[in-house]
Design a protein around this ligand. Structure first.
Ligand code: UDP
Length: 348
């Protein structure tokens, strides 16, 4: 069986992806700095896979280290090879991911996201591993009013976080373009990942001051506070902003499908939109949460948030045509699983 290195594998999307890899019997090596994640995540992953899928023979190794530390990375590759587990593929999640924070700490974002990727690519090159699935983002695009975004749409990120993603994609393209290259690369441009594993055993760990809509709703509901809705005068169906929310398990499955697609190829470079193609407004999200939680969620209309775009929805046709993948979960599942995870977390 193939061995997959998952950088940042204890994070929100990383841990759900590890579950999907383990379900398919891949050997996985996770590296994580524990800066944003805790060591407990590894037992949560193991516990879930045993409990939900009755898989007891797991090949999972965890290494603590910084993605910028090339020596550390090199040793991970060498050690795996010495144990007859040569790393075949890398899924690269490690990096900082808050748009707001990136505006305040731009150098840190360039250092960790771009510096970390350079260190990783050097280690991969040295150790003869040339297959990578990169965790990119729809923030790389320039947003257009009421038009779905395809991979051909113009790129123009408006914050440091998005710019680091764009630059990493460019670095990967340059690597791919080198003479005699045989790299296999997919950039997955995520739209809005939400939800949690349906078991309620893993999900997104709440921040004290979340800014994304789903964690804000969970946070405000638990504090019995009202939710600010940023703008009700946008040119959309109900005046609130529209996004393409994608369930984290569907997103995790897109990584598995990408990896399986790449393994068969000789050399390829691709960027794929990972979304459902369905636009959901802020009010629709709030109403769905009201329905599944059986309580009337309180909200108020606030001013538009700086940098927001009214409509960000994927044209996902290329991903559907390329990968053996299709998102299955609807907005109701996304809210239900988020709510379920949140309730369980509060109890523990
Ligand atoms: N949003 C909101 N209130 C909040 C947080 C978010 O109305 O407290 C809106 C936000 O303006 C956007 C949508 O919810 O239209 C999704 O926001 P999020 O930050 O989750 O994702 P992004 O804007 O980065 O796509």
């Amino acid at each position: 069986m193939k061995t997959v290195l998952v950088t940042g594998g204890l994070g929100y999307i990383g841990s759900h992806t590890c579950i999907e890899l383990l379900r398919k019997n891949y050997n996985i090596i996770i590296i994580d700095s524990f800066v944003n994640n805790s060591i407990d995540s590894i037992s949560q992953i193991k516990n879930l896979i045993r409990k939900e899928y009755k898989i007891f023979d797991l090949s999972i190794t965890l290494k603590k280290g910084d993605i910028r530390d090339e020596l550390f990375l090199d040793n991970v590759f060498i050690e795996a090879k010495n144990q007859n587990n040569k790393i075949d593929v890398v899924i690269h999640f490690a990096g900082l991911k808050s748009v707001n924070e990136s505006i305040k700490k731009s150098l840190e974002y360039w250092d960790v996201n771009v510096g970390g990727t350079l260190a990783l690519l050097n280690a991969m090159q040295k150790n003869d591993c040339r297959t990578i699935v990169f965790s990119s983002s729809a923030t790389v695009y320039r947003h257009k009013i009421n038009k779905q975004i395809s991979e051909e749409s113009e790129l123009m990120p408006i914050n440091p976080y998005g710019r680091t993603k764009q630059v990493i994609e460019m670095i990967l393209k340059d690597k791919f373009n080198e003479k005699c290259n045989d790299w296999r690369i997919i950039n997955l441009r995520y739209f809005n990942p939400v939800g949690a594993h349906e078991s309620g055993l893993i999900g997104e760990n709440p921040k004290i001051n979340p800014t994304n809509l789903f964690p804000v709703i969970m946070n405000k509901m638990s504090l019995s506070e009202r939710i600010p809705v940023f703008g009700n005068d946008w040119p959309t169906k109900d005046g609130t902003c529209i996004r393409d929310y994608i369930h984290v398990v569907d997103l995790a499955k897109a990584h598995l499908a990408s990896l399986e697609f790449l393994i068969d190829k000789r050399s390829i470079f691709l960027s794929l939109n990972i979304g459902t193609g369905i636009g959901i407004s802020v009010m629709e999200v709030i109403n769905t949460f009201s329905k599944i939680s059986n309580c009337k969620i309180q909200y108020y209309f606030d001013r538009r948030r700086g940098g927001d775009a009214p409509y960000v929805v994927a044209d996902n046709r290329l991903a559907l045509a390329t990968l053996n993948w299709k998102p299955k979960k609807k907005i109701l599942d996304m809210c239900k699983d988020t709510w379920n995870w949140h309730k369980k977390m509060i109890k523990t």
